[in-house]
Design a protein around this ligand. Structure first.
Ligand SMILES: Nc1nc2c(ncn2[C@@H]2O[C@H](COP(=O)(O)OP(=O)(O)OP(=O)(O)O)[C@@H](O)[C@H]2O)c(=O)[nH]1
Ligand SMILES: [Mg+2]
Ligand SMILES: [Zn+2]
Length: 344
């Protein structure tokens, strides 16, 4: 196949000052399939394969090319990805199931939009879990409550959630089909910015993608009437260039949302600041004397539901971290030749 001419990737968010070997092409990973990659060179897309070293059994899966990565490509039939350029940001999730592996989701995104429908799928506690995955990654989180046209109290819900998040995370309530969403979200859609959409199946990620693209590129599907659950229409992450100059990554709805154990719970920064004032450094905030958290709960300065949510998340984070640690130790004990290939 003939390669498209080299094109500056600035339009796709390429950071300035990157040094690339002369005879190589620069591209951004748009889609990752089992059978290979689709790359974007800033103008058009083409297929490529990873160089053999990316398929090594012992390689940490986080080092493989990922949607959102800027990569160096060697021309050929097919072209090969030979190097992943340093990542500005990386979103990681815990792999589904019992594998206790950390799985990279997307690289080099500036903001992550957590979408949640205000229909039967509405669950503010799930929003907190998504935020926990994003915080600490250097990615700006936003919450997008969708299906505002289907409920009468969209603005009240938006306000309540924004307050519950202590005003730390911008919260929007929108109809994803409304062409005005481009204007509403304009400050996050500046040229060179990359956004990723995350959330349950049926939340409206692909519908929002199509509205921002101004064309029906991504397939969408009706949700189940009984409980508003989606049908997992989108099956692969896809990076798309928006007409205004930003890039958007549509993702498949997550079936399971486990913590990785490495979260930094910035959404609970106020609680962590309070805990720093407890008399004992190892205070468990139960019945210790001089506990600043218990004091704040007693005088109403700290909401008990928020405290309970925080406790649940931190406990789960500890358990997950311990499990990952154990899995990692077990893996390192196995002779390299017998290690099973990591799940993608
Ligand atoms: N009325 C209304 N319907 C919406 C809105 N957003 C999404 N929908 C509908 O919800 C259904 C699911 O939307 P999708 O965009 O396919 O959801 P998704 O998040 O991409 O789901 P997966 O690809 O399965 O993860 C579709 O029937 C959309 O038309 C909205 O803001 N208002
Ligand atoms: Mg979709
Ligand atoms: Zn305490």
């Amino acid at each position: 196949m003939t390669m498209p001419p080299r094109h500056p990737l600035a339009a796709l968010g390429l950071p300035v000052g990157l040094v690339v070997a002369n005879n190589r092409l620069l591209a951004r990973v748009a889609v990752q399939h089992r059978a290979g990659y689709v790359l974007h060179d800033g103008r058009c897309t083409y297929k490529a394969q990873p160089a053999p070293e990316f398929l090594c059994h012992g390689l940490d899966p986080l080092q493989r090319p990922l949607v959102g990565d800027f990569v160096e490509v060697e021309a050929g039939s097919p072209p090969h990805i030979v190097r992943v350029l340093p990542r500005r940001t990386l979103l990681v999730r815990a792999a589904a199931g019992e594998t206790y592996a950390r799985q990279a989701m997307v690289a080099n995104v500036d903001s992550a939009l957590v979408l949640m429908g205000m229909d039967g799928d509405y669950n503010p506690r799930r929003v907190r879990r998504y935020l926990a995955l994003i915080e600490g990654s250097g990615v700006q989180p936003l919450v997008i409550l969708t299906k505002a046209d289907q409920v009468s109290d969209a603005e009240q819900r938006r306000k309540a959630l924004s307050e519950a998040l202590a005003g730390e995370v911008p919260v929007y309530a929108i109809n994803t089909k409304d062409p005005a969403v481009g204007q509403i979200l304009a400050q996050w859609l500046l040229p060179g910015q990359t956004l990723v959409l995350v959330g349950s199946s049926g939340a409206g990620k692909s519908t929002l993608t199509n509205t921002l693209l101004g064309s029906l590129q991504q397939s969408t599907g009706e949700v189940r009437a009984r409980d508003s659950r989606g049908r997992h229409i989108t099956t692969a992450r896809a990076l798309l260039a928006l007409p205004g100059g930003a890039c958007l990554i549509d993702t498949p709805g997550m079936r399971e949302l486990k913590l990785t154990g490495a979260e930094n719970l910035a959404q609970f920064g106020d609680i962590e600041a309070l805990a720093a004032h407890c008399r004992f450094a190892d205070c468990r905030h139960v019945s210790e004397p001089g506990c600043a958290v218990q004091a704040a709960l007693c005088n109403g300065k700290l909401d008990t539901t928020r405290w309970r949510d925080y406790r649940k998340l931190t406990l789960e984070r500890e358990q997950q971290a311990a499990q990952f640690e154990k899995t990692l130790r077990r893996k390192n004990r196995k002779p390299a030749g017998r290690r099973r290939r990591d799940r993608q």
